[in-house]
Ligand binder design. Structure first.
Ligand code: SF4
Ligand code: SF4
Ligand code: SF4
Length: 198
């Protein structure tokens, strides 16, 4: 049985959504030496419609926006709507030409039975949102987009992460008002972990 994103988030709550965070994730959740009261940009997955602007409107190229994946919510489908183009039909082993991701940033590994697990090569993700659109429109919405923020002691841009523009160019163009300001010491308040998973 699969659950929708809203059901998952409602049921798990913010604290429970952090279950599974490793040491790195915990360090991220505790902040990166951010100034008290500082705010940073983040995407509310409940509002994002995966329009594509996150790829093209960020001042950084590739964009500071990348995919995320709520592994606890994922159906681990053999036919993943975020991994495959619908043209692949119901094939669980369609060729690479049927993969949705234009940069082949999504890697999958076989779990046994009809199940696969999907993880991201974050360096290859350009934030186009095609996988998110596929998962939210035909799957259960466990894929989402998030602004990646610098790790502790690092600054944005150097590692391809957000430089926290005063006026985010994506926020100005976002058609659904999904860009919101969140506390810098908790930059993933929607229960997300950098690199995918929650
Ligand atoms: S389809 Fe787009 S958003 Fe999804 S992993 Fe590939 S590049 Fe990133
Ligand atoms: S604040 Fe700037 S760097 Fe960050 S996502 Fe928006 S445009 Fe990109
Ligand atoms: S611009 Fe807004 S709606 Fe479009 S992909 Fe980015 S967050 Fe989602």
């Amino acid at each position: 049985m699969t659950v929708s994103r809203r059901e998952f988030l409602r049921a798990s709550g913010r604290g429970a959504a952090c279950v599974g965070l490793g040491a790195a994730g915990t360090a991220l959740a505790l902040g990166r030496g951010a100034v008290a009261g500082e705010l940073v940009w983040q995407i509310d997955p409940g509002k994002c419609v995966a329009c594509g602007n996150c790829e093209t409107h960020c001042v950084l190229q590739p964009s500071a926006v990348k995919w995320g994946h709520t592994h606890a919510m994922c159906g681990r489908c053999a036919f993943c709507f975020g991994y495959y183009d619908l043209r692949a039909g119901s094939a669980a082993h369609a060729g690479v030409e049927y993969q949705l991701c234009p940069t082949h940033a999504i890697e999958r590994s076989y779990l046994g039975g009809p199940y696969f697990e999907y993880v991201i090569d974050e360096g290859a993700c350009i934030g186009c949102g095609l996988c998110v659109k596929g998962c939210t429109s035909s799957g259960n919405g466990s894929l989402f987009l998030q602004v990646r923020h610098p790790r502790r002691g690092q600054r944005g841009a150097a590692d391809g992460t957000c430089v926290n523009c005063n006026e985010c160019a994506i926020a100005r163009s976002c058609p659904s008002g999904a860009f919101v300001r969140v506390p810098a010491d908790d930059p993933y308040p929607f229960g997300r972990q950098r690199g995918g998973g929650a």
